[in-house]
Ligand binder design. Sequence first.
Ligand code: PHE
Length: 352
Amino acid sequence: MLENLDKIQAVALADLETIDDQGALESWRVANLGRSSPLMSIFDQLGGLPKEERPIIGRRANQVKGTLENKLEEKTEQLNAIQLQRTLETERLDVTLPGRKVVYGRLHPVTQTLRQMYQIFAEMGFQVYLSRDVETDEYNFQLLNFPPHHPAREMQDSFYIEGEYEQDNPLLLRTHTSPGQIHAMREYSSSNPQDPPPIRIILPGMCYRYEQISARYESQFTQVEGLAVGKNITFSDLKGTLSDFNKRIFGKNVRSRFRASHFPFTEPSAEVDIECFVCGGLGCPVCKRTGWLEILGCGMVHPTVLENGGYDPGIYTGFAFGIGPERITMLRHRIEDIRYFWANDFRFLDQF
Ligand code: PHE
């Protein structure tokens, strides 16, 4: 049995030499020091040995066990050291490499235009008034003096909200920011119905039209509505405000032109053009050879609309306008297709 123990130790130590990874080492431990290893079975047999042999064999078995355990520990440390070395080699850092540039995000070009517009109007004393995106037919059309069969009220032109259809007053996504005029006037006038306060606000927001999408039309776009109501407001105030706005946003030499037009909620109404800043009014592809670029709609608030807002049209007058920030952005940067604004294409967005 002593010889057997010598052999067990010799074989185990020889095997251990060949091991070079943690998994194999664990198998070695199980085979040589585990419950069913040859060494353990010798411990199990000790009880059946003659009395005088028992301590001799027992001592030797304990020696072998101690030796194997020591060697196992040594080997474990050795393998750990090798592992650490490998990690250090593969995960080495080159501290002399140059750093990587931080990539900065930027504001969407339309947001940039919007912020500039807020700035310009703020300097003229206009406050921002936020109105809702989901409107009733009443606010979007009726209170703005649209006649009942106006083409803009057709299902083909507006997004109505299904399931919320009330015979005479369905819900829809606002087709313009003008319904905000009524909300604002009613809020202001309700604070003092006998003598309502003057108003000077802009109403920015998203508008929705059930439109065939093309290079010029999107089904979703922003508008900035303007509204001024007071006791002595004239068309000259409107002209001055918008001419000044045009100069500030397009350049101080830009000329503006007011062309008679029609909107149900303003009277008189006008569309405003600026002199083409690409060709200076001589005619080019950008202005389609007319020398002028159309940029907004405006007019004096219709008496019926003032009244619907709680302002006595015998005492108060006002002006309103609606500007398309997408259109302004397209003109300033010569962007030829409105669909770029929603395409989320970095090659486009990175240019602003
Ligand atoms: N709401 C009009 C439109 O969407 C623009 C407009 C606003 C015209 C205010 C006059 C006054 O086309």
